[in-house]
Design a protein around this ligand. Structure first.
Ligand code: CP
Length: 342
């Protein structure tokens, strides 16, 4: 009996305990990989990766994760499959589900990933939408656990997100409050997290503890921060807003040495990447001793391995060696009888 079909679309669909279990699995698979012993749990399995937008980290981490687990990944980009042009999301999801064991999708609209979920018969993993980026933030909290002061627990940690209310900001706000951490979003009023997100985060806090602060006061936002996180100030499709956005954010909300100096000495810098160096963050911070951006990026690989193992491995069928051998004999006999094999 295969395990029930579950998707990874939003951390809000999972309990704090289950997210922590996934992070334990990241730890295990990272250690295994570092020792050249990544278990080939997904031997013979395939991942279909749908990308409506460009990607470096998500694409490479999912593809390499599948290879390390013994499986295979297919990169399906616009123009190469019919999705949205000559074929509905529904038919795409139903057809691909008959051929692969898991689907990863980066879609322009969150609704598209929900439509894939509604029609897929294999797990769907959200590789970023216009609403959220759950694989990124599971990786981020795992990275924080690796880099926090040893005497602090998760519930002691203050995470300050500086800048635009991006999809990463939304997801980070959700997971941090699910974990009982203290989350601050600091931005000019117009670019702050909307009330709907804050309502979800406050409901998380009621269950798990922690706190949420949304402010435009950078000094107050960074003074207790353990981690300072930023993201791009604009994304594809927002080019016409660049002058307004630059005026609103620069220089107050740029993560530079002056801003970091106002945070505790142990505070670390994080960025989901890609970054616009010299815009939302300076080279000095990106390349400085407090930056953990490349550890964070590497952890995307270990996170994807854990998510794939967690959601896909329990659903795979592995026949006993006897059954495999019987089928091999039947097929060999058939090919010999057909005089296809000498
Ligand atoms: N952080 C992230 O998702 O990077 P990519 O856009 O390169 O996948």
């Amino acid at each position: 009996m295969p395990s029930p079909l579950r998707h990874f679309i939003d951390t809000q669909d999972f309990s704090r305990e289950e997210l922590l279990r996934i992070m334990e699995l990241i730890r295990l698979l990272k250690d295994a990989d570092k020792n050249g012993a990544c278990p080939r749990l997904l031997q013979g399995a395939s991942l279909g990766m749908i990308f409506e937008e460009p990607s470096t980290r998500t694409r490479v981490s999912f593809e390499v994760a599948m290879t390390k687990l013994g499986g295979h990944a297919l990169y399906l980009r616009p123009g190469e499959i019919h999705l949205g042009q000559r074929e509905s999301v529904k038919d795409t999801a139903r057809v691909i589900s008959r051929m692969v064991d898991v689907i990863e999708a980066r879609t322009l609209k969150h609704q598209t990933v929900l439509d894939l979920v509604a029609n897929a018969t294999v797990p769907v993993m959200n590789g970023l939408t216009d609403y959220n980026h759950p694989t990124q933030v599971v990786c981020d909290v795992f990275t924080m656990m690796e880099h926090k002061l040893p005497e602090k627990s998760l519930s002691d940690l203050h995470v300050t997100f500086v800048g635009d209310a991006t999809n990463v900001c939304s997801s980070l706000m959700m997971i941090c409050t699910q974990m009982g951490m203290h989350f601050t979003h600091v931005a000019p009023l117009r670019y702050q997290a909307p009330k709907a997100w804050q309502d979800i985060a406050r409901a998380n806090i009621k269950k798990s503890g922690g706190s949420l602060t949304v402010t435009d006061d950078v000094d107050a936002a960074v003074k207790d921060a353990d981690f300072i996180y930023t993201d791009l100030w604009w994304w594809i499709g927002q080019e016409s807003e660049i002058p307004d956005r630059k005026r609103a954010f620069m220089p107050t909300y740029q993560v530079n040495d002056k801003l970091l100096a106002r945070a505790p000495a142990h505070a670390k810098f994080m960025h989901c990447l890609p970054a616009s160096r010299g815009v939302e963050v300076t080279d000095a911070v990106m390349d400085g001793p407090r930056s953990i951006i490349y550890d964070q990026a590497e952890n995307r690989l270990h996170t994807e391995k854990a998510l794939l193992a967690y959601f896909v491995y329990p659903r795979l069928k592995f026949a006993s060696p006897n059954v495999v051998s019987n089928y091999r004999t039947c097929v060999d006999d058939f090919l010999h009888a057909s005089e296809l094999v000498g």
